[in-house]
Structure formats: C-alpha cells, structure tokens
Design a protein around this ligand. Structure first.
Ligand code: MN
Length: 429
C-alpha cells in the first residue's frame, strides 16, 4: 500500500498536501500524525470521514510498500516513520517547499521554493486535470492561506496566487476558509504571541521602529515566522526581530522588515543564516538570550540599516532647470514633456526656487504665458543634500507639494529627486 504523510504539528498546508496526494495518486491513503494544530483538529473533527485518511495511532506500517512525504524533508519531523527508512526496494516520493534541512533520500523529488507545498501539487493536478471536490478545494486554499498569511508574507509567490485563483474557480468556499483560519494559531503559539506583546522592546533608529522580541519557547513550534510577521503588522512596526530560544541551546532568529527599514538579510547573514532585505532567519548556538539579543541589536545598528544615499539615485538636473528669463509657456512645455509637476529655476548655478505647475495653469488662465518665470518662483521649498539618506528624502518628499526635491550642495543644484525615483528605489526596480 502507498501512504502519504507529513510533519507532526500538522498544519493546513501539510494536511492539504496529503489530501492532494490521495487525489493525484489513486489508492494512496493519508496517515495523519498524532499532533495536529488546533485549526487542523477543528477541520478534521468535521471533515475526516470525507477524506481518504487514517490516524497514525493504530496504523500498522507492515503493509506499506511506498511512501510520499509532503511539506517536510526530515525523518525526525514525521510521526514514527523510521522503520521505513532502511527498507529495501522502497519507493519514496517527496513534495516540499523547504529548501534546506533535507535528510530524507527520495527517488522522486518535487522541491521548489513557493509559499506553500500545496501550490506545487495543485499545479500538477491542473496539468493532469485531476478531479477534486469543492470541499477539497476549500482545504487546499486553507493550505495556501495558512502558509502565506493569505498571500501577505514575503514567502508568497505569483504561483501561490495563481493557484488561489484556480481554487476559487473550482468552488473553494471563502466563508469556510475564514472560519477555520481564525483558529489557525494553536494554544502554544498564542502563548508565545502574548509573550511577544508583553515583553518586546522597541528600538527607534532615525525614526524607524524596530521590535525586538526575545522569548524562550518550547521546541517544535512551526509558525514562529508567521508570529513575527503578525506581530509586525499588529504593532505597526517597520521591522521585527524574533529571538526564540528553545531548550536545546539553540536560538532561532527570525527577522521581517518593510521595504527600506532594515536589511534583515545583512543582519542574519552575520549570524550565519540567510535571507533578503525583507525577510530572513538564522539558527545560532547560544544559550544566553540576553547576549544574543545584544549582539543582534548591535548588528542592526551597524549593518542592518541600509544607507542608500540621495546621490546614488538622484536624476541629472539639466532637463528640469529653467533660467529666470525663460517664459511660463516654456515651463509648461517642459513640464508636459518630462511629466513633472514643477521645475527648478536657477540663476547660473544658484538655486532660486521652484516654479510649480499651478503657477503655469494660473498664468495660462490670465493670458500671461509670455511673462518670464522669475516673478513666479516659489523660494522656500523642501530640499535635500546629496549625502542625505533615502529615508530623510522620503520624509522630506512628504512635505513637498510638487513631488520634487532639488538636491543642493552649498546652494548649487547637484541633482533632482522625484517621487518616481524614490518609488523605483524602494521597490528595487
Ligand atoms: Mn508548508
């Protein structure tokens, strides 16, 4: 008999992936680990008779001839499957979205970095036109939503979103999905979350608020990353680092950040981990929570604060600059051509101020397009220096009615920052 199983503390992605395998591989039976999350338990209490699954407890491995493992790649995370490990002529198939920590050697491996394992299986089901029921579609969607925070975590990919659409087209019920998702955090995770709320410190660096939560936790918690993400949203912070010590002299560091607040990747790489600017993690051998917390705080100050400077992204000023004797009509033409809402007026190198689009509009109404711009210059506008960092520029842009910041160096124009150039930088385009 072929069976499919997944990790203990089975979450919706794991259960959905198991059930998908029972559709994709006819005759396959799901073997559900003894420990499942509270949300999965609630779901199973209603749906289990409709699914081809049995509990691990009381299941005899003797008749098993091949094994499918989903949503994990580690024997230690399965529920007592070790006896299968050394069987001869035994087929193992793996479906997973975790890219590291592998110790299951499988003959067939489907491992890709997407937000949820169920996404990989659904793509295959779509290809093979494997039938499934609306109830199963609902469970599959719970799998995607649970692992990706309803597609809001940075781990979510376009492929997860495409499969979300596929499931909605095939009868997934959003009312049922939302009723089970609200329960998705089990008691042990809820305790950790309330500890985070009670004990976290907030570090404020140049206006950026960074939550630091150092919490001792029990081992085997699978949703720490979502807790960090949830905490950041819940408290409206720019970035959060969760520092979780388990009872094995190990500390799990998980960071999440909004664009341009903290470079999480730089911080966790310094600890031997990995990630990108928005999200990353590291496992550190250390038993002193205070010591590691101090180290991370130092790392955030020293390497985590990205310091892109205005001069790295500013535009050449030449095409946005007018002489004081040029006419309002010329100003209007240049604005239309360059799609900006203001131009700089300079006398030689000296910056006099901006001529805003509203001045051009007014002049047009009053038939004064041929007058020189010098009489309409708005002198006191927000400006930045080439050595200012992008956050300062973003704050200054907030005060600019024209969406344009002249970059001045000792009164002379060194460049221009537009709203567009800030947006391009923030989204890494
Ligand atoms: Mn998963």
């Amino acid at each position: 008999m072929q069976i499919v199983t997944s990790h203990m503390n089975t979450d919706f992605d794991a259960l959905a992936s198991m059930v998908a395998c029972t559709c994709l591989y006819p005759g396959t039976r799901g073997v559900v680990p003894s420990h499942v999350t509270a949300g999965v338990r609630a779901f199973l209490s209603i749906h289990q008779d409709l699914l081809r699954i049995v509990p691990r407890k009381g299941f005899d491995l003797e008749t098993v001839s091949s094994l499918i493992v989903v949503d994990t790649n580690n024997w230690n995370r399965l529920d007592r499957m070790q006896p299968l490990k050394d069987r001869q002529n035994f087929e193992i198939i793996c479906w997973d979205h975790h890219m590291s920590g592998t110790n299951i050697i499988s003959g067939v491996e489907h491992r890709e970095e997407v937000g949820a394992t169920i996404t990989l299986l659904l793509e295959e089901m779509e290809r093979q036109q494997t039938p499934f029921t609306p109830m199963q579609a609902t469970l599959f969607l719970l799998g995607i939503y649970d692992d990706t925070g309803c597609l809001t975590f940075s781990s979510a990919t376009p492929r997860d979103a495409r499969m979300t659409a596929f499931l909605l087209e095939n009868g997934a019920d959003l009312n049922i999905v939302s009723s089970f998702l609200s329960n998705a955090m089990d008691d042990s995770h809820t305790r950790v979350f309330s500890d985070m709320l009670a004990k976290a410190d907030v570090l404020t660096l140049e206006g950026v608020n960074i939550g630091i939560c150092a919490i001792p936790v029990q081992s085997g918690l699978t949703m720490l990353a979502s807790l960090v993400e949830k905490y950041k949203e819940f408290k409206g912070l720019d970035a959060v680092f969760g520092i979780f010590s388990t009872d094995q002299n190990k500390v799990m560091v998980i960071g999440r950040s909004n664009p341009d607040a903290v470079d999480v990747g730089a911080v966790v790489r310094a600890l031997g981990g990995g990630g990108h600017p928005g999200a990353g993690s590291a496992v550190v051998k250390e038993d002193d929570l205070a010591k590691i917390t101090e180290k991370i705080t130092t790392l955030i100050r020293e390497t985590g604060r990205k310091s892109s400077l205005v001069k790295e992204i500013m535009l050449h000023a030449a095409r946005f600059v007018l002489r004081p004797d040029q006419t309002v009509a010329e100003a209007g033409e240049i604005m239309a051509r360059t799609r900006v809402r203001a131009l700089l007026v300079c006398d030689k190198d000296r910056f006099l101020g901006l001529i805003p689009e509203s001045a051009v509009v007014r002049a047009r109404q009053n038939n004064r397009l041929s007058t020189p711009v010098k009489g309409m210059v708005k002198p006191d506008v927000p400006v930045v220096g080439p050595g200012d960092d992008i956050r300062t520029a973003a704050a200054r842009m907030n005060q600019s009615q024209e969406g344009m910041l002249p970059v001045l160096e000792q009164g002379r124009v060194a460049g221009v920052l537009t709203r567009g150039s800030l947006v391009l930088h923030m989204y890494d385009m």
